[in-house]
Design a binder for this molecule. Structure first.
Ligand SMILES: Nc1nc2c(ncn2[C@@H]2O[C@H](COP(=O)(O)OP(=O)(O)OP(=O)(O)O)[C@@H](O)[C@H]2O)c(=O)[nH]1
Length: 309
């Protein structure tokens, strides 16, 4: 059992994220591995004093089973490199702090000097990379999100669509695509100003989010155009979803007088169909909905939905 006295994520004296370091000794066999020295960051990370750690089994990661696995992996690597060409092992693990928060710890075990007969000295270094990972995740979020609405942006949607169409082609699952465009949005901008137009787009995005399943992907395609990609959804189900959203838009109080309406194109991806073809069909379907008078759902084909309220 490991005890947690301290907190991972400590900092060295100069304020930089600290490197926890433990010097390990291996005699004959890896299960007998033990600590011969630790720095203060190791003590801060895992608790306990230097004296308590001397001679103890090292902690590489918090989970005891995972720790044992790493030690077993270390044994295998050392056996495989008996001629002294051990290059080290490394990994990144999530550890839970005693306050419940999770930290990402990057660790590495390398050799310190050559192997002397069967004895060997190793260096274990550990670094808290949580902030770095959070920054990376934030940058990724920024790169894939539409700033105004918080929905997925066009370039990310392209990637999702491509991967879902490939999946559909491989596994022949239902996959439907809905494209919607606000009607006469230019008039809203012209009558109430661009800021109010923006507020309408934000409110619409919230409405879309609240009408979708977790697996669905909703994107702002550009301007006042939006895309919904619905996996495991047939054409019939997608038509029902589109009409539900159409009605919800019509009956929502946007920050303008009178109601806002939208037109919808809906298609189900055909077996072995290309992304280009799907996009063309959904665009045509939306065009048809506009042509037929707006505030309606169209499949772009002969099988148009029944009367829309
Ligand atoms: N407020 C705001 N307006 C935008 C944004 N992006 C595009 N627009 C405006 O959306 C309007 C789209 O106008 P049109 O393409 O003529 O379409 P529409 O007026 O909605 O007419 P139909 O689509 O034919 O029903 C233009 O006035 C654009 O300036 C945005 O981010 N914010």
């Amino acid at each position: 059992m490991y005890q947690h006295y301290g907190q991972p994520g400590s900092e060295s004296g100069d304020g930089r994220p600290g490197h926890a370091v433990a010097i390990l000794s291996v005699q004959e066999r890896v299960p007998g591995i033990h600590i011969v020295d630790v720095n203060t960051d190791y003590q801060r990370l895992w608790g306990g004093s230097r004296e308590e750690w001397l001679g103890a089994f090292p902690i590489v990661v918090e989970q005891e089973a995972a720790n044992q696995q790493i030690v077993a992996q270390l044994g295998d690597e050392l056996n495989a490199s008996a001629n002294g060409d051990f290059e080290g092992i490394s990994g990144r693990e999530v550890s839970r702090r005693h306050d419940g928060s999770r930290r990402h710890i990057e660790w590495r075990i390398t050799a310190m000097g050559p192997r002397k007969s069967s004895a060997m000295t190793l260096v274990l270094t550990q670094r808290d990379v949580t902030e770095q990972m959070e920054k990376e995740a934030k940058l990724k979020r920024l790169a894939t999100t539409d700033m105004l609405t918080g929905l997925v942006n066009r370039s990310h949607f392209d990637a999702v669509l491509k991967s879902e169409v490939n999946r559909q082609n491989r596994y022949a699952r239902s996959l439907s695509l809905i494209m919607l465009d606000l009607d006469y949005f230019k008039q809203i901008n012209d009558s109430y100003g661009h800021d109010v137009g923006d507020q309408v787009l934000v409110a619409l995005a919230d409405l879309l989010k609240s009408n979708l399943r977790k697996a669905d992907c909703c994107a702002r395609w550009g301007g006042e155009e939006f895309m919904l990609l619905a996996p495991e959804t047939s054409l019939e189900q997608a038509l029902r979803l589109a009409d539900k959203i159409r009605c919800a838009i019509k009956h929502t109080d946007f920050p303008i007088q009178g109601s806002v309406t939208a037109s919808f194109g809906v298609v189900e991806v055909h077996s072995q169909e290309s992304v280009k073809s799907v996009m063309k069909r959904v665009d045509n379907a939306l065009y048809l909905a506009k042509e037929k008078g707006r505030d309606r759902v169209s499949t772009g084909g002969l099988l148009e939905p029944a009367k829309q309220a």
